[in-house]
Design a protein. Structure first.
Length: 750
């Protein structure tokens, strides 16, 4: 045993040493590639922000300090590694220095003094400058950098080739006053500013430096986890290589990597070095520890065998002690099982547990009572027929794949899923709310658990509340109608004189306020009843219903509103409550007509979209103001309105919330997305008819029928107003106001 243990330990140490070397090389490759990618990303981000700044300056005809300050603010917030101040540099011919100085002072360069170098035909002056590091001091403007090499050469090259250029390595002017130990080689990015006119005009340069030492240090410290060293080498314009930044890591760097990278028009080389002993997962001491530990364990194992061979009596005693502990643990488990059984028998909520195949593992008495049957069946495909599971409408069978236990087996939890159970145990049906969850893996078996509770009485109570809300709404609307009628009559009876203009305006405001209150009451009533009103589903033709709604909407538009264009494609029949489906379509179509830009003609398109089997997808598209992406997840929440809609359009923020309630009660889904042609596209899904039935449709009336209906409504309104008119408000009882003119129907379906 000792010989075998020693041989195995030595072989393990040798193998570990080989694996250590391989791991060190792999980690070094990873660190090098990450550092290379980080340098490419940071320099690309640096260049991209400078290019964006130059593009913004090029679009401004008269650049001022305030505009430069606002434009460079993102660079200050971007935390660019090793970034020196960013500046705007302008080229000025030698004779124009004084005029240029006054011009830039007028644009906000306060105290600007241009100091040209002698002997140059053209000068490059720093006009505006901003630090990107709070620890730095602001550099003075007005410096002439035309004669500074290699900066002047880089600026001229950038202007000539009209693209971003990078200078050779040199010490920045602002760093030359520092002690020699603090000076470091740097680069300068120069972006030419050319206008995009037909004849481009050169405005100047956006210039910023990059301190190589700081840049390389931060990159290697972050991505290399302080485990690698490195050099950043610049390939200058003459082809020579010049190391401009170095960073020393720990240990003796025996692993080396080098790769080129491109920055603007310049070639850089990154060389990295690492010590295999300090790289992650490659500790030098592991083989030695393995060897020592293996030998120690071998000795201990040999001693243990000796002890076991000579201590059978002690082993027998320990086995007996372990057996006693096992029996005690078994008794504790049995007590826990009995307690769990008592709890399951006592609770009033029904609990059912099935395995991965849908076979019933456990069902408490409450579940049997709520389901109306005792004993389960093993095939989930027969659950619907066995238990009598229906949707909340009480007539549509619930598909097996939508049942909470089946969804939980797929890993999809459900909360408050409502179904109706109707079987011999519950001939009148009972409404259950079911929560489904996948079985916890600690049980040792894949399965699902469902908890159900009876909410029949709760729904009856909520229905009573809905009826009460309808009565309250009716009692609120009756006084509003009276107020509106008297206000309209008073407004009509006032003579059209300048001294009565203020009174007429006040009466019109009363009418508008009453209309808003009436709309709010209707919306709140719809919001309250959309969830609890009983569903009376039947086969409905949504296309005919949409045409009728659009026709009614067009007829009700004022003379100052542009006539909308619309299109309704043939749609499959759906199984839905006609009144509730009409509310959904009316809300979506009304939004499409209302939320348009001022003066623009509305456009409404109702079409069918792709849907899963047994479902119909209906889409309502418009060309209106659209919905911002940030608001799309919340548009169906109660009282949520976008900023544009709140500022310019009337509304309560409940319309889409009501639509979602109605669609979900039908077992469907609703969503919103951008319309490819501009505007918004709302969609919702409904089930297909479950039986052949004469579809409920809104037969579109012809023009003459629409005019007759409108005339009857106007005549009834005039009669109500005559009956509600109070004495002393103008017209006498025998005076009949002029009958409102019936507007022509704007257009026909296209």
């Amino acid at each position: 045993m000792l010989l075998a243990g020693v041989v195995a330990t030595v072989l393990s140490a040798v193998t570990l040493r080989a694996a250590q070397s391989e791991t060190a090389n792999r980690v070094m490759d990873q660190r090098h590639q990450i550092a290379l990618a980080a340098i490419r990303m940071e320099t690309g981000r640096y260049r991209g922000m400078l290019d964006t700044l130059a593009a913004g300056i090029a679009a401004d005809d008269e650049l001022t300090w305030d505009e430069f300050d606002v434009a460079t603010a993102p660079l200050a917030d971007a935390a660019l590694i090793g970034a020196a101040p960013v500046a705007f540099v302008a080229a000025v011919p030698d004779p124009d220095v004084a005029a240029a100085q006054q011009r830039w002072r007028d644009r906000g360069a306060t105290g600007l003094t241009l100091r040209p170098q002698e002997g140059l035909d053209e000068h490059f002056f720093t006009i505006f400058s901003r630090t990107l590091d709070e620890s730095e001091q602001q550099s003075p403007s007005g410096l002439d950098i035309a004669g500074v090499e290699p900066l002047g050469t880089t600026l001229r090259a950038a202007r000539d080739i009209r693209q971003t250029t990078v200078s050779d390595a040199y010490v920045l002017l602002r760093d030359r006053d520092k002690p020699a130990a603090e000076q470091q080689q740097s680069f300068v990015f120069a972006v030419p500013v050319w206008t995009r006119a037909n004849t481009p005009e050169f405005r100047g340069w956006v210039v910023s430096g990059l301190r190589g030492g700081t840049f390389l240090r931060d990159i290697l410290t972050h991505v290399g986890q302080s485990q690698i060293s490195g050099d950043l080498i610049s390939v200058n314009s003459d082809g020579t290589r010049h190391p401009v930044a170095s960073w020393a890591g720990p240990g003796d760097p025996g692993l080396r990597r080098a790769d080129p990278l491109r920055v603007a028009d310049r070639e850089w080389i990154l060389e990295t070095r690492g010590d295999s002993r300090h790289l992650a997962g490659a500790g030098w001491y592991l083989p030695a520890v393995t060897l020592a530990g293996g030998l120690t364990l071998t000795a201990l194992l040999a001693w243990l065998v000796h002890v076991l061979a000579t201590g059978r009596a002690r082993a027998r005693i320990r086995v007996q002690e372990a057996t006693a502990e096992l029996r005690e643990a078994e008794a504790a488990s049995r007590r826990q099982a009995d307690l769990l059984g008592a709890i399951m028998t006592t609770i009033s909520d029904g609990v059912s547990v099935v395995d991965s195949r849908g076979r019933l593992l456990m069902e408490n008495p409450a579940a049997q009572q709520l389901l109306g049957l005792t004993g389960g069946i093993d095939d989930p495909a027969d659950w619907q027929q066995h238990y009598g599971v229906y949707r909340p409408d009480g007539r549509t069978p619930l598909p097996t794949e939508e049942m909470p236990l089946i969804r939980a087996l797929r890993g999809e939890p459900t909360d408050g899923f409502e179904v109706i159970i109707r079987n011999p145990g519950h001939p009148d049906g009972v409404l259950l709310s079911i929560d489904g969850r996948p079985l916890d893996p600690s049980a040792g078996e894949h399965g699902a658990v469902a908890v159900c509770r009876d909410i029949t009485e709760l729904r009856r109570y909520e229905t009573d509340l809905s009826i009460f809300a309808g009565v309250v709404a009716h009692d609120l609307k009756a006084p509003l109608s009276l107020v509106r009628g008297h206000a309209e009559l008073a407004c009509e009876d006032l003579p059209d004189l300048p001294e009565t203009a203020e009174a007429r305006d006040g009466l019109r405001r009363i009418v508008q306020a009453v209309d808003r209150m009436d709309t709010l009451i209707e919306t709140m009533l719809g919001y309250t009843t959309a969830r609890h009103a009983p569903l009376r589903t039947t086969a409905v033709d949504p296309a005919a219903l949409a045409r009728e709604i659009i026709s009614d909407r067009i007829t009700g538009l004022g003379p100052d509103r542009p006539v909308p264009s619309w299109s309704v494609e043939p749609l499959p029949e759906v199984q839905a409550d006609p009144a509730m489906l009409r509310h959904v379509l009316d809300n979506l179509i009304g939004n499409a007509i209302k939320y348009v830009r001022p003066g623009a003609a509305p456009y409404v398109e109702v079409a069918a979209g792709p849907a899963e089997p047994g479902r119909v997808r209906i889409e309502v598209a418009d060309s209106g103001i659209g919905i911002p992406d940030a608001d799309k997840p919340y548009v169906f929440e109660s009282f949520h309105r976008t900023a544009a809609a709140t500022a310019n359009y009337a509304g309560t923020g409940l319309g889409l919330a009501i639509c979602r309630r109605i669609v979900q009660r039908h077992g469907g889904e609703i969503g919103v997305e951008d319309n490819p042609g501009g505007g918004t596209r709302f969609w919702f899904t409904l089930p297909t008819p479950t039986h052949t039935e004469e579809p409920v449709s809104a037969k579109p009336a012809d023009d003459e029928a629409v005019r007759e209906a409108l005339e009857r409504a106007l005549a009834e309104r005039a009669a109500i107003m005559d009956a509600a008119r109070l004495p002393g408000l103008g017209a006498q009882p025998d005076e009949t106001p002029d009958r409102p003119r019936v507007p022509e129907r704007p257009n026909s379906p296209r």
